[in-house]
Ligand binder design. Structure first.
Ligand code: ADP
Length: 163
């Protein structure tokens, strides 16, 4: 039986830290679905369509990674695709409390889904979508921290905002 995992997040926008986790997850699972959450209660810079198409563009060379947008409960999305696990990335201690709470809650909602945590690689330990947006908004250099298409999309977004 094919072992499928969902790697959920807002990906506003995708960074090289996210990409690293997704690629590493393919070593553990046959197929990894990157689930881009609609999250309409959170202020996002990119629309769901933009976030999905950026992630899709970046992972198009990885045949075992797929990208889908979703709204509603994560555990419902996970089971509707026959996935057995949720993959999350961990950076500093500050991620731990939120991730711990989420994984216990998801376990309560659907007992047979496991959450698997992959530790960030040291190169991207400081990286978050939020910090990338802050630097990009001020025209700072984000080269090597996000895929080139994301860099370009940020440049376009902020030059429109400045105009
Ligand atoms: P959310 O809004 O659900 O936290 P994000 O898009 O910010 O979604 O992140 C998705 C997942 O990727 C989370 O588990 C987050 O901890 C992880 N993550 C984000 N940045 C990194 C990074 N630089 N290294 C490892 N994991 C990361």
């Amino acid at each position: 039986m094919e072992r499928i995992a969902v790697y959920p997040g807002t990906f506003d926008p995708l960074t090289n830290g996210h990409l690293d986790i997704a690629v590493r997850a393919t070593k553990l699972f046959d197929r990894v679905i990157i689930g881009v959450a609609e999250e309409n209660y959170k202020e996002n810079l990119f629309t769901l369509e933009e976030r999905v198409s950026l992630v899709r563009e970046v992972v198009k060379g990885y045949e075992r990674i797929e990208v889908m947008g979703f709204s509603g409960l994560l555990v419902d999305f996970v089971s509707s695709h026959g996935a057995i696990a949720i993959v999350r990335g961990l950076r500093a201690v500050s991620d731990f409390e939120y991730e711990f709470q989420m994984s216990l809650m998801n376990k309560k909602l659907k007992e047979d889904i496991e959450t698997v945590f992959l530790m960030t690689c040291s190169e991207y330990a400081f990286l978050s979508s939020r910090i990338i947006k802050q630097i990009a908004a001020l025209n700072g250099c984000i080269e090597g921290l996000v895929p080139p298409v994301v860099e370009e999309a940020l440049r376009r977004k902020f030059s429109q905002a400045r105009a």
